[in-house]
Write a protein that binds this ligand. Structure first.
Ligand code: NDP
Length: 245
C-alpha cells in the first residue's frame, strides 16, 4: 500500500476549473499539495489542509521552480506527481487575432508544460518513480474552427507527452495526458473580449443539448490515472460529453 501522505502533488492552474477540483479531491485523500496559479487569494480561500498555495506564473521558469523546491523542503519529500494543467484558450481566426494572444497561449500552454516537466524529471529518473499528467485537449487531436493557435499548443502538449514518455520510460517514470472535450470551467471566459467568438462557442455548446462535463468528472479521471500502479501508464484519455461526437 502506498502512503499518500508522503506523495507530494503539484497542480498548476488550481485556482479554478479542473485544477481546483483535482486539488480538492486529492486533498481529501490525504496527499500533500502545492497548488499554483496567479490568483493566490482564490486558492487560499479553499482552505485545504496540508496544502501550500503559491502565486506562480507558469511561463516564468524561475518562479515556478522556486515554488516547487520550497514545497519539497516544506514537506520533506520530492514531488511524486506534477499536473501541468494551467492553460489559456483565446480563440479566433489567425488573420484577425492579435499575435500577442498567440504568445500568451504558447507561453502558458506549451512552455508552462515544458517547464513543469523539466522541474521534476531529473529527480524522478533518479528515483525510478514519479508521474506527470499533462492536460491537453480534444483540440490536441483534431482540428476545430477558430482553434488554430490554441489547437497547435495542445497538439504541442500531445507531442511533449508522447516524446518525453518514450525518453523516460526505462526509468519507470510515467508521462501521461488527459485530453478533455467541453467542460464547465472558466475557460470560455478567457474570450470575453470577443463577443463573436464567445457566441460561436456558446452555439457549439448548445448543439450538445446542454451536455458539458463537470470539472470533477475530469479531475476524478486524473486521480484514477495517477492511482494505477506505477508500472501501468494510462497514456492518454480523451474524455468528452457524449454528444460532442
Ligand atoms: P480555467 O480557466 O477554469 O482554468 C485555467 C487555470 O489556469 C486557472 O486556474 C488559471 O489561474 C490558470 N492559469 C492561466 N494562466 C496561467 C499562468 N500564466 N500561470 C499559472 N496559472 C495560469 O479552465 P479549465 O479548468 O478548463 O482549464 C484547465 C486546462 O484544461 C487547460 O489547460 C485547458 O486548456 C484544458 N482544457 C479545458 C477544456 C474545457 O472545456 N474546460 C477542454 C480541453 C482542455 P489564474 O488565472 O489564477 O492564473
Amino acid at each position: 500500500m502506498s502512503d499518500k501522505s508522503k506523495k507530494l502533488v503539484v497542480i498548476t492552474g488550481a485556482s479554478s476549473g479542473f485544477g481546483e477540483s483535482l486539488a480538492k479531491i486529492l486533498s481529501k485523500e490525504g496527499y500533500p499539495l502545492l497548488i499554483v496559479a496567479r490568483r493566490l487569494e482564490k486558492m487560499e480561500a479553499f482552505k485545504l489542509p496540508n496544502c501550500l498555495c503559491r502565486k506562480v506564473d507558469v511561463s516564468n521558469y524561475d518562479e515556478f521552480e522556486k515554488a516547487c523546491r520550497e514545497a519539497e523542503e516544506h514537506f520533506k519529500t520530492k514531488i511524486d506527481l506534477m499536473v501541468n494543467n494551467a492553460g489559456v484558450m483565446l480563440l479566433g481566426n489567425i488573420w484577425e487575432q492579435d499575435p500577442k494572444d498567440w504568445d500568451t497561449m504558447i507561453d502558458v500552454n506549451v512552455k508552462g508544460v515544458l517547464y513543469g516537466c523539466r522541474i521534476v524529471l531529473k529527480d524522478m529518473m533518479e528515483r525510478n518513480s514519479g508521474t506527470i499528467i499533462n492536460v491537453s485537449s480534444i483540440a490536441g487531436h483534431s482540428p476545430f474552427d477558430s482553434h488554430t493557435v490554441y489547437g497547435s499548443t495542445k497538439y504541442g502538449v500531445t507531442c511533449i507527452t508522447d516524446t518525453v514518455r518514450l525518453e523516460v520510460a526505462q526509468k519507470n517514470v510515467r508521462v501521461l495526458q488527459i485530453s478533455p472535450g467541453i467542460g464547465e470551467t472558466e475557460l470560455l471566459g478567457h474570450n470575453s473580449k470577443s463577443a463573436e467568438v464567445y457566441e460561436k462557442y456558446l452555439g457549439w455548446k448548445k448543439a450538445l443539448d446542454g451536455q458539458s462535463m463537470d470539472p470533477y468528472q475530469v479531475a476524478n479521471t486524473m486521480k484514477f490515472m495517477y492511482e494505477l500502479p506505477q508500472e501501468i501508464s494510462l497514456r492518454d484519455i480523451i474524455i468528452s460529453p457524449t454528444k460532442q461526437g
